[in-house]
Ligand binder design. Structure first.
Ligand code: 9MR
Length: 448
């Protein structure tokens, strides 16, 4: 028997937390998937996804619960044409193929934006004529490639400032506000069946920015420019669902365009606790209900379905837990908020649950680094022990943030003196290095 312990930082471990998570309680088997609840209400329910993650539990949930996928990054200009004239469609293709195999729509995101453009484009000095040609060709190439396979394109993303003036961007500065009509016209020519959207954030309630968007859409329609919908991103803060959300959706619908909630997440100050998670459920339910109330609100998409797959934590330090599933892919109260607003009679969210998840963030020819994350929702721990049995002779050599012993194939890890407490809504991670040869199958871990 060996006793192993060192003191690497928890932060560095969290930064490398892998994606292969086990022991994930899936949505309760008796619950109707969100996509089916949505269908009954005439709503498409979507999530943003990362192509490389579409296997295992993540792939199972993405395929079973959602009827629409949005590539989180894979279709952005910087992703598909990192070098001028040299294209990389691998992840975008993978997501579109996955969606088709699972009977899902794809929301294309996004053709024209000020961000995540390739450096050759942003660093170039272009005449207005050259810039216009670049825009036309990009849209023809990308929307043309996926012609007939994309339900809706976010053709133009985030064109406005908060006060409703046009954002100063490569496109606006070079081509004036006419770049928007030009891009929409290009997109219609490239894929006549796709619904064409303008998408922005902080336009969920009635305010100066959403009114500018409203006036733009009204004017585009009057000019006969192809515009089919507006995307309200809905990156919201706990307890701050705009009171005018439904009214705002309705005024766009009354203009004769569809509305989609395109990037919903609701962030909270960490750590999460059961009071905040209950408020988040109410907020998700309110947003979903506002969409349900307006016939032309056709799609509600979350921007990543799990807390381990959200942009929020790294962008807003101290905030997170913004999505409907926790980091172990267990549905949170927020999940049930969406389900209930879609008419689902759901099993009450389980209370008093803690679970452990094993992941392998890196592996090399003879060794690997493993992590285990213990998470609690509606319950807490003051000490913990995680055990598992290796199936292929793996041998732990070093552990940190836990005391691990291995006897034969049996591994037992207990908390260090400083991390026995796992609060309600919180998690603790420990890590280890180990040897392997032949194969490195992932064991089933037990918390107890
Ligand atoms: O989710 C995306 C994240 O992985 C990227 O790092 C980020 C870069 O800006 O973009 C995120 O997605 C954005 C989306 O494309 C447009 N609306 C805001 C989203 C969150 O930043």
């Amino acid at each position: 028997m060996r006793s192993l312990r060192t003191g690497l930082s928890l932060a560095s471990l969290l930064a490398t937390l892998g994606t292969l998570l086990l022991t994930a309680p899936a949505a309760h088997a008796a619950d109707t998937p969100l996509r089916d609840l949505g269908t009954a209400k005439g709503k498409v329910i979507g999530t943003a996804v990362t192509g490389s993650k579409l296997t295992g539990t993540y792939g199972d949930i993405a395929g079973a619960q959602f009827s629409s996928l949005t590539p989180g990054n894979a279709m952005k200009w910087g992703s598909v044409e990192p070098t001028q004239g040299s294209f990389n469609w691998a992840e975008a293709d993978q997501i579109v193929n996955f969606a088709e195999a699972h009977g899902q729509q794809v929301r294309g995101h996004t053709l024209v934006w000020h961000s995540q453009n390739p450096s050759w484009l942003t660093n170039g000095s272009w005449t207005p004529a050259q810039l216009g040609t670049l825009l036309d060709n990009h849209i023809a190439t990308e929307a043309g490639r996926y012609k007939g396979r994309i339900a809706a394109w976010d053709v133009v993303n985030e064109p406005f400032n908060e006060d409703g003036t046009y954002r100063s961007t490569l496109w606006y500065n070079g081509l004036g506000s006419g770049y928007i009509a030009r891009a929409l016209t290009d997109a219609r020519a490239a894929d006549p069946a796709a619904k064409l959207y303008i998408n922005d954030y902080n336009v969920e309630g009635v305010n100066a920015k959403s009114t500018a968007l409203y006036n733009l859409v009204k004017s585009l329609k009057e000019q006969g420019v192809p515009i089919d919908g507006v995307g309200l991103q809905a990156h919201l803060i706990l307890g701050q669902v705009p009171s005018t959300l439904q009214q705002n959706i309705q005024r766009f619908a009354d203009l004769g365009v569809d509305v989609a909630i395109t990037e919903l997440d609701i962030r909270m100050a960490l750590p999460a606790d059961s009071t905040k998670l209950a408020q988040q459920k109410a907020d998700y339910k309110a947003v979903t209900a506002a969409c349900v109330a307006v016939t032309r609100c056709v799609n509600l998409t979350v921007w990543g379905f799990a807390d381990s797959d959200s942009w929020v934590d790294s962008t807003f330090p101290g905030y997170g837990a913004a999505t409907p599933y926790d980091a172990n892919y267990a549905p949170k109260p927020a999940y049930y908020g969406i389900a209930e607003a879609l008419g689902g009679t759901t099993t009450p969210p389980p209370t008093g649950a803690c679970s452990a998840a094993y992941s392998v963030p890196s592996q090399w020819n003879t060794g690997f680094t493993g992590n285990v994350t213990i998470s609690c929702s509606g319950a807490s721990l003051s000490s913990w022990k995680v055990t598992w049995t290796y199936g292929a002779g793996q041998q732990i050599t070093q552990a940190w943030n836990a005391t691990c012993t291995q006897t034969g194939a049996a591994v037992s890890c207990t908390n260090a003196s400083y991390n026995g407490t796992v609060p309600d809504g919180g998690s603790v991670t420990f890590g280890f290095n180990a040897n392997w040869s032949g194969s490195n199958p992932v064991p089933t871990v037990t918390l107890g």
